[in-house]
Design a protein. Sequence first.
Length: 318
Amino acid sequence: MRHFLDFEKPVADLEGQIQELRRLQESDDSVSTDEEIANLETKARDALKGLYAKLTPWQKALVARHPDRPHASRYISALIKDFTLLAGDRKFAEDRAVLAGLGRFRGEPVAVLGQEKGFDTQSRLRHNFGMGRPEGYRKAVRLMEMADRFGLPVIAFVDTAGAYPGVGAEERGQAEAIARSTEACLGLGVPNVSVIIGEGGSGGAIALATANRVYMLEHAIYSVISPEGAASILWRDSTRAEEAATAMKVTAEDLKNLKVIDSIINEPLGGAHRDPDAVIAAVGDVIAGALGEFRGLPAHDIRLQRREKFLAIGRSLG
């Protein structure tokens, strides 16, 4: 059953009518509802198009968090062949919120990182809702060091509300682990490409998204803190999250204008969850193009390009 967001109610009502007519036709062959269904499908498509043409930043945040949106594991399964998952940071434990492994992307050996939120209650608990602990970021560093040693490009699928803020994580050096992972990204002598496929939350996202090329899906968000967290800090009122989302410039369009990201990957009408295969294929094409730009470049040039990219963020052209 398709899950609708609150602002999609007009579309939900129309699609509900379509389902009722289809059930009626299935139960009674003598009843033909094809024409009515076709008309309602056109109305639903037009309504969806109208809604998504003028999404607010807060509505984009809701789409980015949609429970049916494809997560990192689905991208990896579709795009990475012969994927071998690596576990543990060799210091404390395994963190299933951060996926790390080796495989082949369109025939080329690569190292892959991803933040996995899970798709049902059990898997969400297992992956800690995509919120990495220190051992997850140290595992990422281990993979990046391996990639650098063997000359493997690094691909990262970013999707987290932020790093896990629990007491245990802080005691084990959460901030230091995130900083080390960001440092490892910056120091890579091989190209790295990051795609923000849902939420890019705070340092938990930056730890994997400090890359030669950073892309965002059309309805993804990327921010220093969640809108709810910002509202709680600024106004001590989390219900003002919608206002905070607008002020924070969290959308792909905002971040492209600010030169925080390199490009936007379009999503199917209604969001990535309505046609996961199409959006995953589009992401694969973008990654392939990005890696092709760096093929054959020496490590010094790759590091220099990455350094200049991040130094340029926020520079005034006037």
